[in-house]
Design a protein around this ligand. Structure first.
Ligand code: SAH
Length: 251
């Protein structure tokens, strides 16, 4: 079986998870492939500190919104990867967190497979796990929950495909990705679905970067927009928030 950290072959693409932002949270394989490749196609959420580890001669192509530029559409990104591979480049497709968690890595993998491009997947630490950990919130705790759900906050606006009452009954802890913009709507939906309005909420912004912050409130303060979230943020809802120890700011 292929060793994940073996050097990329000419014409091969690696879909690599970059973790939440701190270069020390990259995997060994991610670091190795990043520093020995010909081209890097990266998303907006990949930090500059991580890009600084790129091979000095590698062409770096931004495929996400940065500095107001529009983001490249998914089909174009797949096409760029295929073209670079067909030029016999060793390509790293660098994505924030884990490539397969709300990251469209699956679509890119299928496009590569369809085009007969050899590829490998390097998992990364997803922000839904890393952000709470850095903030000192255990996403599972024997005293509070035996299950948890990872969700996208986009589902709170407009026509939701989610059954919010079933969600609230089944999962004592909810971890929302992409929940910043819709935080108030998410809180409103959860309260309407039967969750108590004093359920604790943590908003962890830019985990693993110099801008990292963690704000704590309740569903009530989130609904009334006293607790606000700035993107990128992970929103954790449930009693595990009360188990928090702010270990990062210990003296
Ligand atoms: N594949 C990524 C998720 C991409 S979706 C992963 O596995 O982490 C984008 C969302 O991820 C953002 O809206 C935010 O909710 C979350 N996110 C990514 N990086 C983050 C970070 N450093 N801190 C907090 N949230 C982050």
């Amino acid at each position: 079986m292929l060793k994940l950290d073996s050097p990329l072959k000419a014409g091969e693409v690696a879909l690599v998870g970059a973790g939440p932002g701190d270069p020390s949270l990259l995997t060994f394989a991610a670091h190795k492939l990043l520093s020995d490749c010909d081209a890097i196609v990266y998303d907006a959420l990949v930090s500059d500190d991580i890009l600084a580890l790129a091979a000095p001669d590698a062409v770096c192509i931004c495929a996400g919104k940065r500095g107001g530029r529009p983001s490249t559409n998914q089909q174009d990104i797949c096409q760029i990867l295929i073209e670079l591979a067909e030029e016999n480049k060793r390509v790293v497709r660098l994505k924030g967190g884990d490539p397969f968690v709300f990251g469209r890595g699956g679509e890119e993998m299928r496009a590569l497979a369809e085009a007969n491009i050899p590829f490998r997947i390097i998992p990364g630490i997803t922000s839904g796990i890393a952000a709470p950990a850095l903030a000192g919130i255990p996403v599972t705790d024997r005293t509070t929950n035996a299950t948890l759900a990872f969700l996208t906050g986009h589902e709170a606006s407009g026509d939701s495909r989610m059954d919010w009452s079933a969600l609230v009954k089944a999962f004592p802890v909810l971890v929302f990705y992409m929940g910043a913009k819709n935080l108030s709507k998410i809180a409103c939906r959860l309260i309407n679905a039967g969750l108590s309005d004093d359920t604790p909420v943590a908003v962890i912004h830019a985990a693993g970067t110099v801008d990292e912050s963690c704000d704590i409130g309740t569903l009530k303060s989130a609904e009334s927009k006293q607790l606000i979230a700035k993107s990128p943020a992970i929103v954790v809802i449930g009693d595990v928030v009360n188990r928090r120890i702010d270990w990062r700011h210990q003296s």
